[in-house]
Design a protein around this ligand. Structure first.
Ligand SMILES: C[S@@+](CC[C@H](N)C(=O)[O-])C[C@H]1O[C@@H](n2cnc3c(N)ncnc32)[C@H](O)[C@@H]1O
Length: 314
């Protein structure tokens, strides 16, 4: 689709550096001004995607199952579900689709030891706990004590029992080394990928704040890699579309950990991803970063997200 002069004028300033990288720019712009679909996942500790679909239907809510996971249901935009029976009974959890996809991609298994370094409000922690069906354990850490209230409330409502919550700064938490099978580093970020939910999110980002975020992101990913056992995996995710918070952080990890980590390719049935960016203003980044995945809002009608799966090989 050709880009018009109008597109140039409307292009959000924070995304200007990405201008040449976003595929199908007109559709990208178009998606930014459309409301997000409501998405929920069925809590497999208590129900299934098909059963939840029927329950929702019985209260007048139409649901479509996602191609990449039958327990993930897409509903109409703008639904308020907090007072419905399936929500209160812990049969489901509403969460942005790109965010559920992160927890899905880590593919935790019953019996595994899992570390979730930045856990509140707990959508991904609870999703992973539901996959583990009470076997194995999750250490869910969060820096903000206040935000652990929502984390605990979500885990309680959904009946997740194999989760221990800690409150600490993941950049300098004292963690057991090489101990976990799977680590999620869903780091604090600029949230520029959530612009469909909150148009002002991109205006509030200054250079200093970005620099501070990147420093934390690099440390948290470093901690995640050190805590992961050999043969285990670390999933680094952000709801940001900025190169600084994504590919640059992975490049830094590759520099620090050398051959002790390997990027694994990611896929989800029916989801269209863009590869990690490897050429930036004529600068060549590490080629291996192409295995990371970008989710632009127009590609699958979701928020914007970044995913990089690292296998620890030390
Ligand atoms: C992207 S959110 C996590 C969302 C969560 N994983 C979920 O799916 O519900 C990032 C979280 O990291 C927390 N955070 C910020 N800095 C942190 C740090 N240094 N250590 C641990 N958590 C931190 C924030 O308070 C926020 O709750």
């Amino acid at each position: 689709v050709p880009v018009t002069l109008e597109d140039h004028k409307m292009w959000p300033p924070v995304f200007v550096p990405l201008y040449d990288h976003v595929p199908d720019r007109s559709r990208f712009l178009d998606a930014l001004s459309r409301p997000l679909p409501t998405v929920v996942w069925a809590n497999s500790l208590r129900t299934s995607g098909s059963e939840l679909g029927e329950i929702l239907h019985s209260i007048g809510i139409h649901a479509r199952r996602a191609s990449w996971n039958g327990d993930v249901l897409r509903l109409a935009p703008g639904l308020s579900l907090g007072r419905t029976f399936p929500y209160l009974a812990g049969l489901m959890h509403p969460q942005e689709e790109a965010s559920i996809l992160a927890a899905h991609l880590l593919d935790v298994q019953p019996g595994e030891q899992v570390l979730d370094l930045c856990a509140a409000p707990g959508g991904k922690t609870a999703f992973m706990a539901s996959r583990m069906n009470g076997h194995g354990s999750i250490l869910a850490n969060e820096m903000s004590q206040a935000r652990t209230i929502a984390l605990r409330a979500n885990l309680d409502r959904l009946g997740a029992t194999n989760v221990t919550i800690t409150v600490g700064d993941a950049t300098r938490l004292s963690l057991p080394q090489a101990a976990f099978d799977a680590v999620l580093a869903d780091v604090p970020c600029s949230c520029t990928g959530t612009v469909r939910q909150n148009l002002s999110v991109c205006d509030e980002l200054g250079d200093q704040r970005l620099e501070h975020l990147v420093t934390s992101q690099v440390s948290i990913l470093d901690q995640a890699i050190r805590a992961c056992r050999s043969g285990g995996r670390v999933l680094y995710t952000t709801c940001s579309l900025l190169l600084e918070e994504n590919e640059r952080v992975i490049a830094e990890a590759l520099r620090t950990h050398g051959t002790n980590i390997r990027l694994r390719s990611l896929d989800a049935h029916g989801i269209t991803f863009a590869p990690g960016i490897t050429v930036w203003n004529g600068e060549q980044l590490d080629q291996r970063i192409a295995a990371a995945r970008r989710l632009y809002p127009h590609m699958n009608d979701t928020g914007g997200f970044f995913y990089a799966m690292l296998e620890v090989t030390r």
